[in-house]
Design a protein around this ligand. Structure first.
Ligand code: MN
Ligand code: MN
Length: 318
């Protein structure tokens, strides 16, 4: 292993973790895709929420919280961490134009398309869940229809309020299915709960999703859930992680919290359990710092990104 091309976070013993520009984990900031295997991209967009805004501040706060993470993993089996083999850049944020949903969705797609085309895996920091739609448009342009692996309290498969207003953060997968971006027959949703109609749950299942409610997850546990995921997904996978899949005790800083959710430990272990799967893209969405306390939510999101970097580092070379 040569050190020539490797990229590392700033050393916490050489430069203290409160200083610097707050890129993700204080990694190099660059848009040179030839130097990267993974690009961290911020999408500070929250015009798609139906209730409480604030996720536009998510990317910045996740980056700040990520300074807490050291570059070595918690698992004894992998002492050296993802950066020994994986080149990770902070790509910066999408330039959002205030007040226009459609134009911003196009800006997000346009920024991500060349990342996918270059064979670099983007990690998108939301932003509300609407940002997953243009992320899937960019992913599918390179990979074709994807398996969706979706952690969320909400199915985000609702029909839009009217055909001429198709987009908000609860219609994302309805639109993605209609555009042929995802294949529901090889897709899984985990963590669904709260005061939503059972009719939408049944509609998701009838449409093809393998849907695991939070109650079903609590009853069957992590190992059985991972087994069901592995039995279901095929081909390139897009992993979309709505932070409200976590219980508000572990993720209070989000727009639409739902009680009786997953613990942070369960989420970390679920993501860790995905190693070896061909995941083509990842996002973590709905971190809304105005409702956060003690950086609990942003810290969880930053750690889930780190766990995803471990998945990327463990991927077989293509
Ligand atoms: Mn969502
Ligand atoms: Mn949600």
């Amino acid at each position: 292993m040569t050190s020539d091309n490797r990229l590392f976070p700033a050393d916490w013993q050489q430069a203290p973790r409160f200083q610097g520009m707050f890129s993700f984990m204080r990694l190099p900031i660059s848009r040179d895709l030839s130097k990267a295997d993974v690009a961290i991209v911020g999408a500070p967009f929250d015009l798609g929420v139906m209730h409480r805004p604030g996720a536009r501040f998510g990317p910045r706060q996740i980056r700040i919280a990520s300074a807490q993470i050291r570059q070595y993993p918690a698992t004894a089996a992998d002492l050296w961490g993802p950066f020994q083999t994986l080149r990770v850049l902070d790509y910066g944020d999408v330039d959002i134009v205030a007040a226009y949903i459609d134009e911003n969705l196009e800006r997000i797609r346009a920024l991500l398309a060349p990342v996918y085309a270059a064979g670099v895996t983007p990690i998108v920091l939301g932003g509300d869940h609407t940002i997953t739609l243009p992320a899937l448009r960019a992913a599918a342009a390179t990979h074709g229809p994807l398996s969706l692996l979706h952690f969320d309290a909400h199915p985000d498969y609702w029909p839009p309020p009217s055909p001429d207003r198709p987009y908000h953060h609860g219609t994302v997968y309805r639109a993605a299915e209609q555009e042929g971006l995802i294949d529901l027959q090889r897709s899984v949703q985990v963590g669904i709960r709260g005061t939503i109609s059972m009719a939408i749950v049944e509609e998701c299942r009838a449409a093809g999703f393998h849907l695991i409610t939070a109650d079903e997850f609590a009853a069957q546990g992590i190992a059985a859930t991972l087994e069901q995921i592995r039995g279901r997904v095929r081909g390139p996978i897009y992993l979309s992680l709505d932070i409200d899949s976590a219980d508000p005790a572990f993720a209070p800083g989000t727009g639409t919290p739902e009680v009786a959710g997953l613990t942070s430990r369960e989420l970390v272990h679920l993501v860790r359990g995905l190693r070896g799967l061909p995941i083509a893209g990842f996002d973590v969405v709905e971190v809304a710092p105005p409702y956060d306390h003690a950086e609990i939510t942003a810290l969880l999101a930053a750690n889930l990104v780190y766990e995803f970097l471990e998945i990327c580092a463990a991927r077989p070379a293509s």
